[in-house]
Design a protein. Structure first.
Length: 250
């Protein structure tokens, strides 16, 4: 009987949670800030039997029409671009700014570090299965000039002051959050606080998403969230580095 060969390619885009069963990645929010010119990202193969071949690259990241867009770039390079990680071992990817030390910038730059697992054939009952995992980490570069002399808490407050939200009813009930500031916003544990109630209404228990500089993003709402936001006596807050920050309405 002819042996059956099956080729499977599994592409998984994981925007935030980068600790899978067989691969751990840290830090999950790498940065390159002045006066540094590099940052390091570690990967560990938690598999006890199989080695992993990983390839890394950096893409520019922008948002338009409520979508994330990624493009090739030449400013940041990864060294080495390809690693083989033995079972239980770890390796490091070094992200290097080709222009040298980072200086204060007019606004924070946004990239994505993409780590691809190169497919490895595995035989099972006469079949050949190829699996590929893709991991994506946000990578930000440069503290904006306007924030340079602010401490960490003041930077967070300044970022939040530039966020605004509005409600969109059609074609789907949604909340749109826009960022007119110079730093990218990471929105986590977003909730609606009610003046007349101690119980908040959650929009997200964990990470809702990012709103990049000069961009807007929309997220769908269920009926409970929509009804809560239609109440005039509410505030929307999110958590950034264990600090609770407010988003003002348009």
């Amino acid at each position: 009987m002819r042996r059956l060969k099956i080729g499977w390619l599994l592409l998984v885009f994981i925007p935030v949670h980068l600790d899978a069963a067989s691969l751990a990645v840290w830090p999950i929010n790498p940065r390159i800030d002045a006066p540094a010119s590099t940052t390091m990202v570690w990967v560990k193969n938690n598999d006890v039997d199989e080695e992993m071949v990983l390839q890394a690259r950096v893409l520019t990241w922008r948002q338009q029409d409520n979508k994330d867009h990624y493009e090739a770039q030449n400013d940041l390079v990864v060294s080495p671009p390809l690693v083989t990680v033995k079972p239980g071992m770890q390796q490091v990817f070094r992200v290097v700014n080709r222009k040298g030390a980072v200086t204060a910038l007019p606004q924070e730059l946004s990239y994505r570090l993409i780590i691809d697992e190169i497919p490895v054939a595995t035989k099972q009952d006469g079949s050949v299965l190829n699996f590929q995992m893709r991991y994506s980490l946000p990578l930000f570069v440069g503290v904006p000039i306007d924030y340079e002399n602010k401490n960490f808490i003041d930077r967070q407050n300044a970022m939040a002051e530039e966020l605004r939200y509005r409600l969109i009813e059609a074609p789907q009930k949604s909340i749109e959050i826009s960022n007119s500031g110079k730093a990218n916003a990471r929105l986590s544990k977003v909730k609606i606080l009610h003046t007349n109630s101690a119980e908040p209404t959650l929009i997200s228990e964990g990470l809702l998403g990012y709103v990049l500089v000069g961009s807007s993003r929309q997220w769908p709402l269920d009926q409970k969230q929509w009804d809560a936001l239609k109440n005039p006596d509410i505030r929307i807050v999110f958590e950034a580095e264990r600090q609770e920050l407010e988003i003002a309405p348009h």
